[in-house]
Design a protein around this ligand. Structure first.
Ligand code: ASP
Length: 331
């Protein structure tokens, strides 16, 4: 099992768990002893599309926006990008050729909103935000979520771009859905999510998660991303976590909630992400075939990331830098 031991040894020697040694010099941001939030804000998000999302989030914070505005606006960047085939517009469709979206958001007051199986709306994260802010509910689904979005002024549009329609038609010849490890970051592969966590310079936390889910999925399939506690969890007193990869494995273990509970019980975000991956290894026999990645932050601005398989990376924005970091992994 992995380089995990080697990794822990080198990380421990450097006094921090979890970040590849070459990056550590730039990656250790903590509260100063005086309690000032030196090193904040910090924004962390999944996969390569996290760089552009982080940059937008940081811009919102720098302009005086709230942390929940920052996470929402950040993930709207990949949602609107037709060349990103795993989120929002241009997402890979389900088996029948429909792009169906899942998204969730949590603010620093412990409120949550989510939508699932939503069609024809480019920004599901903003619909989730309105569910959170304007209704007594947490989650709206399918045609009800669409109706709610339209009532709140969202424009309907066809999310299946000509490019993805062509690819889907090609795929649909034999409808061979065979999820593989890390299709996420390979060009023209269709299984991915942006999860983004932020802590502002007052140590207020929020998180957002949005996806078109699994390409070629059975119509109606909903993944972990809109399930509060599975794809995303934020407890402003403790920390936050978000997940990517095969949602079914995360749902079976309520992964993001688990990460935050581990932090509550005294673990660093790095240890907490590792423990949550281990839980999947222990409890879900089919884990070997799939990828899962967690990222997490605690109230002090420390962060962690861990995945089942090699190949997961995340974007970290801190101390004036916005960079990709390879996550350590179980295998
Ligand atoms: N977790 C998402 C889902 O299962 C997809 C992904 O992150 O790759 O819908």
């Amino acid at each position: 099992m992995l380089n995990r031991r080697k990794f822990l040894e080198s990380a421990a020697a450097l006094g921090i768990l979890g970040i590849l040694p070459s990056k550590i010099a730039k990656a250790n941001f903590r509260l100063s002893k005086s309690g000032n939030t030196k090193g904040l804000p910090i924004i962390i998000s999944t996969w390569n599309h996290g760089i552009a999302a982080n940059a937008e989030s940081l811009k919102i914070l720098n302009e005086g926006g709230s942390v929940v505005d920052a996470v929402e606006k950040g993930v709207m960047i990949p949602e609107a990008d037709p060349n990103n085939h795993s989120v929002g517009l241009g997402g890979f469709p389900d088996r029948d050729g429909h792009v169906t979206l899942d998204a969730s958001i949590m603010n620093s007051e412990g409120n949550a909103g989510s939508v699932c199986f939503l069609e024809n709306i480019v920004h599901p994260i903003s619909v989730a935000r309105i569910v959170m802010d304007k209704t007594p509910h947490v989650m709206l689904s399918g045609s009800g979520a669409l109706q709610f979005a339209v009532e709140n002024g969202f424009k309907q549009e066809n999310l299946l771009t000509p490019e993805m329609k062509k690819k889907w038609q090609q795929w649909a010849k034999d409808k061979n859905y065979d999820p593989k490890i890390n299709w996420e970051n390979e060009p023209n592969k269709y299984h991915d999510t942006i999860g983004l966590l932020a802590i502002d310079d007052n140590a207020q936390m929020a998180g957002a998660c949005t996806t078109s889910g699994m390409g070629g999925k059975i119509r109606g399939r909903v993944g972990d991303s809109p399930i509060i506690g599975a794809g995303l969890f934020v407890d402003n007193e403790v920390g936050s976590a978000t997940a990517t990869g095969m949602g079914e494995l995360v749902m079976k273990t309520l992964g993001s909630f688990l990460v935050v509970e581990f932090i509550r019980n005294g673990m660093s975000p790095q240890e907490a992400c590792e423990k949550a991956v281990l839980r999947i290894v222990e409890k879900v026999p089919e884990h070997k075939k799939f990828q899962i990645g967690f990222i997490a932050l605690n109230k002090k601005g420390e962060y962690g990331a861990y995945s089942l398989q090699p190949g997961f990376n995340f974007a970290l924005s801190a101390d004036g830098k916005n960079m990709m970091i390879d996550s350590p992994s179980y295998f």
